[in-house]
Design a protein around this ligand. Structure first.
Ligand SMILES: C[S@@+](CC[C@H](N)C(=O)[O-])C[C@H]1O[C@@H](n2cnc3c(N)ncnc32)[C@H](O)[C@@H]1O
Length: 212
């Protein structure tokens, strides 16, 4: 059932142009969670739960760990909750609605994994909001670093203070006005022009190890 729900959510994201990580980046995220074996993941930007499902599948396999995921759009958050229920992982996830920068300030537990995938200009504010709760060390993954101009304060901070690595991917799609990105449309083919699927873009994820 889990795999079917994940496939349906991916399909819905493609059809309805809901922004999502896409399978290539999701694999990197999942393998980072697998290595970190976190007790508590905080995700900023749930959308309809695609990336959440990838992380929850790892937590379920590990047999430990929980996810708090934050989404500002109530309709998206509702769909995500339904998807977590359908996939049988709802007991591992606490889905909250609101501005991530505000919600993160209310989390009182130690956080050993942070995934940033919300409004890009909010990454540094979200990081500062949760910093007091971050364990030493803690893993931080940030999506969409191709838009470095929108998250300059965040990237400058992690790259100059912590062990931090950029992982690059090529993806196809147009940028959206709401800060998201259209869905990943699969691998690049030779001779493929822009067509109606948008130009090729280089985008990536920054994986950083926070230490005090
Ligand atoms: C790129 S999408 C997230 C994709 C999702 N992580 C996935 O891969 O399935 C960004 C999401 O962040 C949400 N968002 C934007 N600003 C936010 C904020 N200040 N707080 C929380 N969520 C926000 C948007 O509504 C959108 O659903």
């Amino acid at each position: 059932m889990f795999e079917q729900v994940l496939a349906e959510v991916e399909q819905q994201c493609r059809e309805e142009r809901v922004p999502m990580l896409g399978p290539d980046k999701a694999k990197l995220l999942a393998s980072t969670v697998e290595k970190a074996k976190p007790s508590l993941i905080v995700e900023c930007g749930t959308a309809i739960g695609y990336s959440g499902l990838w992380m929850l599948r790892v937590l379920k396999t590990l047999g430990s760990g929980r996810l708090i995921t934050v989404e500002i759009n109530p309709d998206s958050a509702k769909q995500a909750r339904e998807n977590f229920e359908k996939a049988g992982v709802a007991e591992l996830v606490d889905s909250r609605i609101g501005d991530a920068a505000e919600i993160l300030k209310t989390i009182q537990e130690p956080v050993d994994f942070l995934f940033l995938d919300n409004n890009k200009d909010g990454y540094y504010t979200c990081f500062k909001a949760i910093e007091p709760q971050l364990t030493n060390p803690a893993m931080i993954v940030a999506d969409n670093i191709g838009r470095a101009d929108q998250m300059a304060a965040y990237l400058d901070h992690v790259r100059s203070n912590y062990e931090s690595e950029s992982h690059w991917f090529e993806r196809r799609g147009r940028r959206r006005t709401d800060g998201g990105e259209e869905t990943n449309r699969g691998p690049r083919r030779r001779g493929g022009g822009e067509g109606n699927r948008g130009p090729w873009r280089r985008d990536g994820m920054e994986v950083s190890i926070f230490r005090r």
